[in-house]
Design a protein around this ligand. Structure first.
Ligand code: PEP
Length: 260
């Protein structure tokens, strides 16, 4: 039986930044209202966070930001602090997403600073880690993924279970190429092993999500794996039907697991 509550998080990226985002959030709140036993998080663009925050308040849907700045405030044009995200209604923040690492220069040290700031502000980080195709083909997957994890492990161990880790092989994001359940489970087990080496409770309580082209068609096989506790979903989170189906699949898996 899995002891960790599944977590399904939708990363909207740079989509639904206005009225359509508000409408999607309202539909989701209504659709997942009765789906207990699964934690549901959405990460809309900054521009709609506060408006959606009023819609998701006291509902089963929790709000995440897609990034944050590590400093509390200051002359950082265009940036948003963790405190501001809390004020907008966020409970979570996605940090170290591969698009941030690849396109906006986020490094392991930078992600570490952001995780520290998020936890100090009371936000729960979803820390993304994952290898590129070239790194996988060079046999460097574990070294890369565990190196990215090691950059934040001591920080997230202070309150074990508060942060989530998302294993997102870069070659599977937005490509339609999904890691097979065995491939994903192998890396998830290594991640959990590394967390447990640091502190047993960190290994036992941290939710490790899989991300990379998760859809209703492939979610069940992934979510059944022992060390996969949920999903970080990009494309399929942009429509209410596909996202809710993934939440339902996670719930059915949790029910099956508690019956065993
Ligand atoms: C993501 O953006 O984190 C992601 C996993 O995207 P997609 O599901 O579209 O691959």
């Amino acid at each position: 039986m899995k002891e960790r509550t599944p977590l399904i998080a939708g990363n909207w990226k740079m989509h639904h930044g206005g009225q359509s985002g508000f409408a999607l959030a309202s539909e989701l709140v209504a659709a997942v209202g009765g789906l207990d036993d699964v934690d549901v998080v959405i990460a809309p663009p900054f521009t709609v966070l506060a408006a959606i925050g009023t819609e998701t308040e006291n509902t089963r849907v929790e709000l995440a930001a897609q990034n944050a700045h590590a400093k509390l405030e200051g002359a950082f044009t265009g940036e948003i602090s963790c405190g501001m995200l809390v004020e907008a209604g966020c409970k979570w923040v996605i940090l170290g997403h591969s698009e941030r690492r690849q396109l906006f220069g986020d490094t392991n040290d930078g992600v570490r600073e952001k995780v520290q700031a998020a936890m100090a502000a009371g936000l729960r980080p979803i820390v993304c880690i994952g290898e590129t195709l070239a790194q996988r083909e060079a046999g460097e997957t574990m070294e890369v993924v565990l190196g990215q994890l090691d950059a934040v492990t001591d920080l997230i161990s202070v309150k074990a279970g508060t942060a989530a880790v998302a294993y997102e092989p870069v070659w599977a994001i937005g490509t339609g190429r999904v890691a097979g359940p065995e491939q994903a489970q192998e890396v998830h087990a290594a991640i959990r092993g590394r967390l447990a080496e640091h502190k047993a409770s960190l290994g036992a309580q941290t939710r490790i999500l899989y991300g990379g082209s998760v859809k209703p068609e492939n979610a069940a096989g992934l979510l059944e794996c022992e060390d996969i506790d949920g999903a970080l979903v990009g494309g399929a989170s942009l429509k209410v039907d596909s996202f809710v189906k993934i939440v339902q699949i996670a719930r059915e898996g949790a029910e099956r697991s508690s019956a065993n």
